[in-house]
Design a protein around this ligand. Structure first.
Ligand SMILES: Cc1ncc(COP(=O)(O)O)c(C=O)c1O
Length: 356
């Protein structure tokens, strides 16, 4: 049976990335060696790394005064790298759920944290808006897409202080204005690569803003100065990331990707609104294109386990919602084909017929 992979992360990647990764595991670039077993100092791998950086720069239209590096440790490592480097006295955080809460906890180890806005009052089902950004903070921290709750910022914030953004789960899903951010980072295991590598996009002036002496691996300068090669970078995830980036370029870049993502999300949100058995959990303007959350309609809650079983039997994978929200979450990352969304919608309609 065909599987439709709605997993929240690690998640579906483009077919061509799987195919080229499989080939490279057996023979990387005609070297007669596996990508899993080559030195990261070889020219062949340096070409992969440089290509991934160049493609990311091209696709996101990253200005020249920004650096890009790749590093292990996942996005959670950046939760403390960011304040270690940049929190001198006080930082501002917008609390939009679990991932910002974790980042806030780490930041408090380094200085004062002002939560400048929060959507905790309604279990993080919206993105706070029109909040005032203090000018006495070292940076403003946001998470642009909240993977667990399915909320997403729809525009880049204007801020009098440097903005630092966790874009783990919506990077490269739509065009953004990179110049509005001082640092953008994320784990790559949703839209880009298998788990194991994070990307960091950092404005040049931030390199001089490191506020304290730091262990070498924590200091952002180390990774920029050594072009991601201070230590052994995650070679295989970077290889796959490069393949994914090539695929995004081949389909027309971020404008094209955004159009496809809008269409997929529209199909699913329309069905959630229409279907008498389901309802969305997120306020309309803040609904994520990547993580689409929904629950059973009022009075139909007892059907949740049945629907999960029904959908699983029809090939849907990873649609159980996070325990903090309940219900269902269909992650519709870049590589998820429209056919998978249509299959889920067909499943919801069939289930509705059975329970009329
Ligand atoms: C938005 C966001 N930030 C951070 C993380 C943590 O990433 P990692 O597991 O790479 O540390 C996740 C994981 O799902 C996430 O969705």
């Amino acid at each position: 049976m065909k599987k439709h992979n709605f997993s929240a992360g690690p998640s579906i990647l483009p077919d061509v990335a799987y195919q080229n990764a499989a080939k490279a595991i057996l023979d990387f670039n005609g070297t007669g060696l596996s990508i899993l077993s080559i030195s990261h100092r070889t020219k062949d791998f340096e070409d992969v790394l440089n290509s991934a950086q160049a493609l990311m720069r091209e696709l996101l239209n990253i200005p020249e005064n920004y650096h890009i590096y790749f590093v292990g440790g996942g996005a959670s490592t950046q939760f403390f790298h960011i304040p270690a480097n940049f929190l001198g006295k006080k930082a501002g955080y917008v609390n939009t759920g679990v991932w910002t809460k974790k980042a806030i906890k780490e930041a408090k180890l380094y200085g004062e944290v002002e939560v400048v806005a929060s959507s905790e009052d309604r279990n993080f089902c919206y993105i706070p808006k029109n909040f005032e950004i203090p000018t006495d903070i070292d940076y403003l921290y946001i998470c642009t897409n909240n993977t667990i709750y399915g909320t997403e910022y729809k525009s880049d914030i204007d801020s009098p202080v440097p903005v630092i953004a966790d874009m783990s789960s919506d990077i490269l899903s739509r065009p953004i204005d990179v110049s509005k951010y001082a640092v953008i980072y994320g784990g790559a295991q949703k839209n880009l690569a298998p788990a194991g590598v994070s990307f960091v996009i950092i404005r040049d002036d931030m390199l001089q803003k490191v506020v304290r002496p730091l262990p070498t691996m924590v200091n952002v300068n180390t990774h920029v100065e050594n072009n991601s090669m201070f230590n052994t970078p995650p070679v295989f995830p970077i290889f796959v990331m490069n393949e994914t980036l090539k695929w995004i370029k081949s389909i027309g870049g971020l404008e094209a990707m955004y159009k496809i993502n809008l269409e997929k999300a529209q199909i699913l949100y329309d069905e959630i609104e229409r279907n008498s058995l389901f309802r969305p959990t997120v306020d309309q303007p803040d609904r994520s294109l990547m993580n689409i959350c929904f629950v059973m309609a009022e009075g139909k809650e007892e059907l949740a386990a049945d629907f999960l079983k029904f959908a699983t039997e029809r090939g849907m994978v990873g649609i159980k919602g996070h325990r903090l929200v309940g219900g269902f979450r269909a992650s519709c990352y870049n590589a998820l084909p429209k056919e998978s969304v249509e299959a889920l919608v067909a499943c919801m309609q069939e289930f509705e017929q059975l329970h009329k």
